[in-house]
Design a protein around this ligand. Structure first.
Ligand code: SF4
Ligand code: SF4
Length: 99
């Protein structure tokens, strides 16, 4: 199981979830239009879910039907990527794109 980020995050990326994740498993880069949760690192702690201002985060089994495409989007974001590079890219990526 993992948590999944869905459509309301797109073009917003306020970053509240990143600030509370205890294992730093939420990533993005400057060129991505949303954040992604690494299913291999997520410990299902649920800390991110209530802090998202737009309710974009769901535990995988509760992702709404109209948001199902975001399940593979989150999973497929990570294979082949260097997590150290991604961590640094996440640290410097702009946030609050909706402001
Ligand atoms: S459920 Fe916990 S570990 Fe998983 S992404 Fe959210 S804050 Fe991070
Ligand atoms: S808190 Fe919600 S909107 Fe903000 S980056 Fe995380 S998933 Fe996206």
């Amino acid at each position: 199981m993992t948590y999944i980020i869905t459509e309301p995050c797109v073009d917003l990326k306020d970053g509240s979830c990143i600030d509370v994740c205890p294992v730093d498993c939420i990533y993005t880069t400057e060129s991505d239009n949303m954040m992604f949760i690494n299913p291999d690192e997520c410990i299902d702690c649920a800390a991110c879910e209530p802090v998202c201002p737009v309710a974009a985060i769901f535990v995988e089994e509760d992702v709404p039907a109209d948001q199902q495409k975001y399940v593979p989007l989150n999973y497929d974001y990570f294979p082949g990527k260097d997590l150290d590079e991604l961590r640094e890219a996440t640290r410097v990526a702009p946030r609050n794109l909706g402001e």
